[in-house]
Design a protein around this ligand. Structure first.
Ligand SMILES: *Cc1c(COP(=O)(O)O)cnc(C)c1O
Ligand SMILES: [Zn+2]
Length: 430
């Protein structure tokens, strides 16, 4: 806790002490997301890229001095509990994918490799530790699926009861995952936005600790760890004997955007790293939305921070959002870094799922592959210099949504058990 100075409202700039408000700035209804302010000078006295680099903790908790919670005191660490094995996901060099796009340096950060198979574990791990710190008896969230699964999983890891509200249209595998972790699962008849509003009301009514995205300030703090990992992993040269490992920021990072909390979290992580002097440039942040769920893209394109709701429909259920809850900070993530927004069609998303799986062996769910579809489009629209170093974040595992995977990959052939049949299949593949 010692490195947290307090909260600052992202809309009006008002500052609060940590215990003074719980979720959002009281001046703007249910909006007014808070940024956690850190004491960078104190962090630099206690920590550095070198000390972090020596950590044997290969999870988000290697960045504990930069996080607003204490992970100590719950008895376990270093992977002995799923809560402590979130993060430090692989960063793959995608050479064939890069070549196919005419680029030289492309990396895929595979966050489908988290304990519950999505990026959302980063946020839920931090929110669960926060809930334990303040003695919450129940934790709750609205979710399009993954945030709920992550919270249900992380809550199960520490035996904390969880209540999860999802739209009734959530993919079956995601609902199964929620039920499996023992959460109280409530399917809400309506879009995600209805589940969100009902969740806030329920949390207030029943005194539950609310993790909902774009409302709880700690989700962003968990998500920022992906930026730390990208810069630390890019700076690591396994063949180098250098004593002080340097962090290395890429030129651009592509992220899919629904509520806008992931891109805002990555932005926060980069801002922290830059303010600490641990990176020497800010990457350009590239937000990617589905064409028919593009409220943040629309605002960015119109040059405004006012987010107008849309009637969202896309195969990428994790980013199907009418009114993004972290839209203002999501617009700024692009405008303040010289980045941009890109909108892609569902067909482009399905194509990106195939290309990622075949080009770099990463099986992404539609919303995960959306970031890569954005890179393809940005290359086509000549927004990228071939020499740039580019990181694309896959935010969710393809097994989360098998129906969409089948739609992208097609059906397998079915044959009689004869060699002639096999020969016929092989010939047809040529
Ligand atoms: C939640 C989610 C996103 C989008 O994150 P936002 O914070 O809502 O913008 C993207 N991909 C996957 C797989 C997700 O679960
Ligand atoms: Zn405010």
């Amino acid at each position: 806790m010692s490195f947290v100075l307090g909260y600052k409202c992202s809309l009006c700039g008002a500052e609060y002490a940590l215990g003074e408000v719980e979720y959002i700035c009281p001046k703007h209804g249910d909006m007014g997301n808070l940024d956690v302010m850190l004491d960078y000078a104190a962090i630099n006295r206690a920590s550095s890229p070198a000390t972090v680099g020596e950590s044997r903790d290969f999870s988000i908790w290697r960045y504990a001095p930069l996080l607003p919670v204490e992970n100590r005191g719950f008895g376990e660490s270093n992977g002995s509990n799923p809560l402590f094995s979130v993060g430090w996901t692989p960063l793959y060099r995608a050479k064939r994918v890069a070549a196919s796009l005419g680029l030289r340096h492309v990396w895929i950060k595979d966050d489908g490799r988290n304990p519950t198979a999505s990026f959302k574990d980063r946020a839920s791990a931090v929110a669960v530790v926060r809930a334990l710190e303040i003695g919450a008896k129940v934790i709750t969230t609205a979710s399009s699926g993954n945030a709920g699964a992550a919270l249900a999983g992380m809550a199960a890891a520490v035996g904390l009861p969880a209540v999860i509200m999802v739209p009734q249209t959530a993919p079956q595998a995601k609902v199964a995952q929620l039920l499996m972790f023992g959460a109280t699962v409530i399917l809400v008849k309506g879009p995600y936005d209805d589940a969100f509003d009902l969740n806030l009301k329920s949390a207030k009514e029943f005194g539950w600790y609310c993790r909902s995205t774009g409302y709880n300030p700690f989700t962003l703090e968990g998500k920022k760890t992906a930026a730390f990992e990208i810069c630390e992993q890019l700076g690591r040269n396994p063949n180098s004997k250098a004593q002080t490992p340097k962090w290395q920021a890429p030129d651009r990072i592509f992220v899919s955007v629904g509520d806008g909390n992931i891109i805002s979290g990555i932005h926060k992580g980069l801002k922290d790293s830059f303010a600490l002097g641990w990176i020497d440039k800010m990457p350009k942040l590239m937000g990617v939305q589905a064409e028919r769920s593009a409220a943040v893209y629309n605002a960015w394109k119109a040059g405004t921070e006012t987010i107008a709701p849309v009637d969202a429909t896309t195969i990428a259920d994790s980013i199907s959002v009418n009114l993004p809850r972290d839209g203002v900070r999501a617009v700024r993530a692009a405008t303040q870094t010289g980045g941009a927004y890109v909108a892609v069609s569902d067909d482009e998303i399905l194509g990106a799922m195939r290309d990622l799986a075949r080009g770099v062996a990463v099986f992404a769910e539609p919303a995960g592959a959306t970031a890569y579809a954005g890179l393809v489009k940005a290359v086509r629209e000549k927004m990228i210099d071939p020499n740039e170093s580019i990181v694309v974040v896959n935010t969710g595992n393809g097994l989360k949504d098998v129906k969409s995977a089948m739609q992208a990959a097609g059906e397998a052939v079915r044959i009689d058990p004869t060699l002639d049949e096999v020969r016929r299949v092989i010939e047809a593949r040529k």
